[in-house]
Design a protein around this ligand. Structure first.
Ligand code: SF4
Length: 305
């Protein structure tokens, strides 16, 4: 693949490595993210899938993937990836696999596994400098089991286990991972596929952990219309609530900064999980606090004064 950055959506690869007809919900933002990621990774991949929504994608003998797929429990996908990587390396060393036929190893998880149950095995894999890709589709709750709160659930979001809204913010997984100084780490969005594609192109040059977190709208959990997924993913970036950034060996850089930030309310009011902030009456204090949290984030980078 050329190292030149992709400039336009028209230049994205046409090949599809994820086929339609999966059991995922209509409008799943995670699936849209995965489609773009697999366009960039190609079909020579072993996907190590932690238990979660995407467990349902591949059910023998049906699969939407061109590549191989291995299913693990929630906590141990990075450990599974280590086993796959080691096996491939041994085959290459023994001359039983041509290095040119080597496969990329990809961990695919939801936020429950990434932020909570699988965090220690991920930390271990980053620490060991395991050569792998890692994609977290972050729908901000345990979507597969009915939308209970996870470590990724944001402040004030209603979930099955926070019926009046969560009263503390989400974990900052980017910063947790960044403290390990991995070779490459990025946040991505299905609404910004050119940014996403260029991050995978850039990551390709690094050996070691290449980590991606994507904020992904989830129509049943967020109580949104499936046709609004792209709009919501874009609003998350354009309001500044989801910052698009990357880190190379610990050094953070934003890859997109909105020219003019939209009020965060525009993003919140579209979603049933935040409807209690608007009716029966507006919760001005909570809305103000969420906007302030977003402003504080950008102020630390000198973007907002
Ligand atoms: S519950 Fe949400 S994340 Fe899971 S498949 Fe459905 S839309 Fe996607």
């Amino acid at each position: 693949m050329s190292t030149e950055p992709i400039k336009s959506i028209k230049d994205l690869p046409l090949d599809e490595n994820l086929f339609p007809g999966t059991p995922a919900c209509a409008g799943c933002g995670g699936l849209l993210t995965l489609r773009h990621c697999l366009k960039m990774l190609g079909d020579k991949v072993v996907i190590v899938n932690a238990a979660g929504c995407f467990t349902l994608l591949s059910i023998y003998p049906f699969t939407p993937f061109k590549s191989s797929w291995l299913y693990t429990a929630m906590a141990c996908a990075p450990a599974g990836a280590q086993g796959v990587r080691d096996a491939l390396d041994i085959l290459i060393e023994k001359g039983k696999l041509n290095p040119g036929d080597d496969l990329k190893v990809l961990v695919l998880t939801g936020d429950g596994a990434a932020y909570d149950m699988g965090l220690s095995s991920t930390s271990g894999a980053i620490y060991r400098n395991l050569d792998f890709y890692y994609i977290c589709y972050d729908n901000e709750a345990y979507g597969n089991t009915g939308f209970q709160q996870s470590g990724a659930t944001p402040f004030a979001s209603r979930t099955k286990t926070t019926p009046i809204g969560k009263d503390f913010p989400k974990k900052d997984l980017f910063e947790i991972w960044n403290s390990h100084k991995p070779p490459y780490l990025a946040t991505i969005s299905p609404a910004y596929p050119v940014d996403l594609a260029n991050k995978f192109k850039k990551a390709e040059q690094y050996k070691g952990p290449k980590l991606f977190i994507s904020l992904t709208p989830c129509p049943p959990g967020w109580s949104t219309d499936p046709s609004h997924t792209f709009k919501l993913a874009k609003l998350a970036v354009d309001t500044g609530i989801w910052a698009l950034k990357e880190s190379v060996s610990g050094e953070v850089k934003h890859t997109f900064v909105p020219g003019k930030f939209k009020p965060v309310e525009e993003y919140l009011k579209e979603q049933g999980r935040f409807s209690h902030l608007f009716k029966p009456e507006r919760k001005e204090e909570t809305l103000g606090k969420i906007q302030e949290m977003v402003n504080e984030y950008w102020k630390q980078y000198g973007v907002l004064l």
